[in-house]
Write a protein that binds this ligand. Structure first.
Ligand code: NI
Length: 269
């Protein structure tokens, strides 16, 4: 409960002093009416989908990126939740063109539906985090059920990439003592955010871009959702805008580096 409240406060404090008067932006409340992904009422075994022939671009391994020093640079991390969906390929194209690597918090059920996109993310240097199997509210769940949500997604990702994620973003950012204990025992760091453009609510690339560019500061973790076309369209503008303000765009492990510890909660660097 505590971290949940802190997350809202962090977003609120970032937003409060910076809003344009003309723009009435409700402060972050992702839990209340955030978009629910289409989910099955019961958790059923994942379908076996060997490949995704519709993805026209075969993965090509990028040259290994040079290490970045966020102690010296103004780093921010772009993070994308709730995918992958078919349209995530559009965002990957933008990120590749602009030479940006991001962190994707994926739903296990989406991973099994779009394995080619997951392969491409890894080939292009992005980091994959665990966002549960199908986006339930963790606060009301037993430890066993939470563990199952995370383990199923681990398995789905690892069966494609060979590695299980060690970054977790809980659905709706819901974290309590039980979740922290589970994360600690699994070796996972809990990654929230400090910049939330509420892109699930405002489907305007221009507005989403303005919010992100205005509110980002050194060390920010920026939340967005690659499931929305408007968000995907915003990112060419966002990347240019952040770079114009001197930011270096990095993955969450690059941003937090050796400070990442199992069971700890991170809103920003
Ligand atoms: Ni989500």
């Amino acid at each position: 409960m505590l971290w949940r409240v802190m997350g809202i406060l962090a977003s609120a404090s970032v937003l409060a002093g910076l809003l344009q008067p003309a723009e009435s932006l409700p402060l972050s409340s992702p839990r209340a009416d955030a978009p629910r992904p289409t989910i099955a009422a019961t958790v059923s075994p994942p379908p076996v989908i060997p490949s995704e022939p519709s993805d026209p671009e075969p993965p090509a391994t990028e040259p290994k990126p040079k290490p970045v020093d966020c102690a010296k640079l103004k780093c921010v991390a772009l993070t994308f939740d709730d995918g992958p969906v078919s349209g995530t390929a559009d965002l990957l194209r933008v990120l590749k063109r602009k030479h940006v690597r991001a962190t994707f918090f994926v739903l296990g059920q989406q991973v099994t539906a779009h394995p080619a996109i997951i392969r491409r993310m890894v080939a292009e240097g992005h980091v994959i985090g665990n966002h549960s199997w199908n986006h339930p509210e963790f606060w009301g769940m037993s430890a066993k059920a939470i563990r199952r949500q995370l383990a199923r997604t681990d398995h789905a990702v690892a069966s494609i990439t060979g590695h299980r994620p060690t970054l977790v973003r809980t659905p709706f950012g819901e974290i309590n003592a039980r979740v922290r204990k589970i994360a600690r025992s699994r070796g996972d760091a809990l990654i929230l955010w400090d910049v939330d453009p509420l892109d699930w609510k405002k489907h305007s690339a221009k507005v989403v871009a303005k919010r992100v560019i205005t509110h980002a500061r050194r060390g920010s973790i920026i939340l967005s959702h690659d499931v929305w076309p408007s968000t995907r369209h915003a990112y060419a503008r966002i990347i240019d805008g952040l770079r114009a303000k001197g930011f270096t765009l990095v993955t969450v492990p690059e941003l937090l580096g050796h400070r990442l510890k199992p069971g700890r909660v991170y809103l920003r660097a």
